[in-house]
Design a protein around this ligand. Structure first.
Ligand code: 3PG
Length: 307
């Protein structure tokens, strides 16, 4: 009987866990749950007997991959797979997958919710500003970016996007104005919503040069990854520009410094929660379980990311 470990330090909604179990039960697989674990050791022990793993932002490090001699597949129930050691997967012949698009709407709604909250000064009773007619820049026009655009259209925003991997025509079809350079996006848009993955090219790429281009009252909304921000530069911009605000679903390492010095100019969620909705959990969790069953039963490797 195949053993599927669901290792989620930040658990799925119970209804999603039920759905995952149902898919795995039907295939005759055993589901092993490891939720809210607090040490890597717990994960290493649980991984030891697993044929497959479903994770969220949990770290599938080389140590974890190597602790699971039977492991054939690890599925990140979500979009970003920067938490999986792909080289270790390749070395051990483990297939790594994500579930693209399944939690994107939830992340987009959070990005927008944070923008709205900040534009109204945290609902603190003072006069804020409206979103209608303002320029929104979408940095990377993937699944989340497209949902952000859809919501922004409803709010009457002027929408721009930069994504070297998406054609201008494709953006225009979605009611979005393409820009040719990332600098143009930051120079044009008061609100910029970040949707780039964290990889060697993007890490620390959101720097002083870019942030300084934002128009007066500029706001950066980060529901992507904290690693893409150059934190030293972020602090410099916070200091130099009292008009600049930083909203992030993934609090920076310099959180305390920002909280101590720049009251009212940041929003940080309690825990990364862009994808923390029942709907997103159901979509991504069930997709992950289904992908595992299809992999074992049919050899289906759609969504493999370590080709
Ligand atoms: C993703 O990459 O899918 C999102 O960042 C969600 O991450 P989470 O599953 O840890 O909430």
């Amino acid at each position: 009987m195949k053993k599927v470990l669901v290792a989620t330090e930040k658990p799925f909604a119970p209804v999603a866990v039920e759905g995952i179990k149902k898919v795995l039960d039907k295939a005759g697989y055993e589901t092993i749950m490891l939720e809210k674990y607090t040490s890597v050791d717990e994960l290493l022990q649980a991984a030891a007997g697993a044929d497959a793993m479903i994770i969220r932002s949990d770290k599938a490090s080389r140590e974890v991959i190597e602790a699971a001699p039977n492991l054939k597949i690890v599925v990140r129930a979500g979009a970003g797979y920067d938490n999986i050691d792909l080289a270790a997967c390749n070395d051990k012949g483990v297939v790594a997958m994500n579930t693209p698009g399944q939690n994107s709407n939830a992340v987009a709604e959070l990005a927008f919710g944070m923008a709205l909250y900040a534009a109204r000064n945290g609902f603190n009773g003072t006069s804020g500003s409206e979103l209608r007619g303002k320029k929104l820049g979408i940095h990377a026009f993937g699944n989340v970016g497209r949902y952000v655009a859809e919501i922004a259209r409803g709010f009457g925003m002027e929408i721009y996007a930069f994504d070297p991997f998406v054609s201008g025509a494709d953006m225009e079809k979605a009611g979005v104005k393409p820009v040719d350079t990332v600098e143009e996006l930051y120079k044009t848009c008061k609100f910029v919503s970040l949707h780039i993955p964290a990889n060697d090219k993007t890490k620390e790429s959101i720097n002083h040069a870019l942030l300084s281009l934002l128009p007066k009252g500029g706001m950066l909304i980060n529901t992507a990854r904290k690693e893409v921000i150059h934190e030293g530069d972020l602090l410099k911009v916070m200091e130099e520009r009292p008009d600049f605000r930083y909203l992030s679903d993934i609090a920076p390492d310099c959180r305390e410094e920002i909280e101590g010095k720049y009251a009212g100019r940041f929003v940080f969620t309690a825990k990364k929660m862009g994808a923390q909705t029942a709907e997103a959990n159901i979509n991504a969790g069930i997709a992950a379980a289904t992908q595992i069953v299809n992999f074992f039963e049919k050899g289906d490797k759609t969504f493999q990311v370590n080709k």
